[in-house]
Design a protein around this ligand. Structure first.
Ligand code: NAI
Length: 383
């Protein structure tokens, strides 16, 4: 089977998320890495792309050069990943969608709800994929949780507790570090810092696993490090359209916590608990029984979870392989379209998911400013 080709914008040398995309896209041999504009400094981007094996004429200085170069090629890249700081996502994704490329955009998909609506419309009009990288939904045991909820193992879901609290931006002396600064600067991050950076992963996972969408929310925001305009800690209460009650805590000042993404789902007949730092074990407690550990790779996993698992039980499987599942889902969708076949069921997060997050961010920011007033968190487009 011929490989698809892949291009990347952002994710340059030393970036946080670039390596996980390069690993994830390469695992299954679905994509070959063919073009890139990796850095905001053109020369550094070109040099790093060359060092990663990209041909000189496809190691671009910036995304506009890449758009022009790739648009003019018969063998243009099949998928473009946008892994730049948030404020640039919309302009880049819109331009590539308009030119007929499929795109995978890092979260948050855009800065405003209106921009996100534009990407949803564009994706629908062009028939091109606009996916959003909620990459943790690629974990086998996250897909197991989703399948168990859908199968009815928990009965009606009553309560979801979503957490994404780390301690890596707690040091006031580090506030000027360029990789930290853009996250708290409204010009580059938008109206929210920590909730938009991490909280939306947890909120999206709550929806992904329960199959319910967030309807209303109330937020309590705090800026713990002096001088920060945007929040570095948030507590959000929410309600979902299937009746589930939601609680979410996100923080970047919880010293000692590392990654800190966790999801707990409690239903009438049992409870599930999973944590990103121990992704190969899922705790399942049926009502009135002892807690069981579901091991990734063990017999009896649901088919969608087993299909997402790559190595045998007992061996560590981690985050780049979760990203690999998103890339494999995208490869299948792109191949189906190229073959004129119907799209396979999609587990990758879509532009609609990205839009829902943007509406939640807007509601969190507004509620936080209004002392926690409850607000509609649905995108106007879906009300
Ligand atoms: P970073 O600051 O570590 O790296 C950003 C990279 O983008 C740098 O290499 C920089 O030179 C490059 N860049 C900046 N502007 C550019 C432009 N106009 N054209 C080309 N390259 C450009 O940032 P990080 O942490 O890697 O975040 C990037 C994006 O990924 C953000 O949107 C962030 O929210 C998201 N992210 C997602 C994660 C996930 O788990 N899905 C985890 C971490 C970040």
């Amino acid at each position: 089977m011929e490989r698809l080709t892949w291009g990347m914008i952002g994710g340059g040398e030393g970036s946080q998320i670039g390596p996980a995309h390069r690993l994830g896209s390469a695992v299954d041999g679905e994509f070959s890495f063919a073009a890139a504009a990796l850095d905001h400094r053109p020369d550094a981007g070109r040099a790093y792309a060359r060092s990663l094996g990209i041909a000189g004429d496809r190691a671009y200085g910036d995304w506009k050069e890449m758009l022009a170069g790739e648009s003019g090629r018969a063998d243009r890249v099949d998928l473009v990943t946008v892994a730049t700081p948030n404020a640039t996502h919309f302009g880049i994704a819109r331009a590539f969608l308009e030119a007929g490329f499929d795109v995978l955009v890092e979260k948050p998909m855009t800065i405003t709800v209106e921009e996100a609506e534009t990407l949803v419309r564009l994706s629908r009009e062009t028939g091109r994929i606009c996916a959003v990288n909620y990459g943790y939904t690629g974990y086998p045991l996250v897909r197991q949780m989703r399948g168990m909820v859908a199968r009815g193992d928990l009965g009606q879901v009553r309560l979801v507790m979503a957490t994404f609290a780390h301690g890596h931006h707690a040091d006031a002396a580090d506030a000027d570090n360029p990789r930290v600064r853009w996250r708290y600067d409204p010009a580059t991050a938008g109206i929210s810092a920590q909730f938009a950076d991490c909280g939306i992963h947890a909120l999206h996972m709550a929806s992904f696993v329960t199959g319910q969408e967030v309807e209303r929310l109330s937020a309590d925001l705090a800026s713990c490090v002096p001088g920060r305009v945007l929040e570095d800690d948030a507590l959000v209460a929410f309600r979902m359209n299937g009746g589930a009650v939601g609680r979410l805590w996100t923080s970047s000042v919880a010293v000692g916590r590392q990654h800190g993404l966790e999801l707990q789902v409690y239903g009438e007949r049992g409870g599930l608990a999973w944590a990103q730092e121990q992704p190969n074990q899922l705790r399942w407690t049926p009502l009135g029984e002892r807690t069981q550990i579901v091991e990734r790779g063990d017999a009896g996993m649901l088919p969608e979870a087993a299909a997402a698992s790559r190595v045998t039980v007992g061996h560590a499987e981690g985050m780049p392989l979760a990203f690999a599942n998103i890339y494999r889902d995208l490869a299948r969708a792109i191949r189906a379209r190229k073959a004129g076949e119907p799209a396979p069921p999609a587990l990758y997060p879509t532009a609609e998911d990205g839009l829902r997050s943007m509406a939640a961010i807007a509601a969190v920011a507004a509620s936080g400013q209004a002392e926690g007033v409850w607000l509609d968190a649905r995108p106007p487009m879906f009300r």
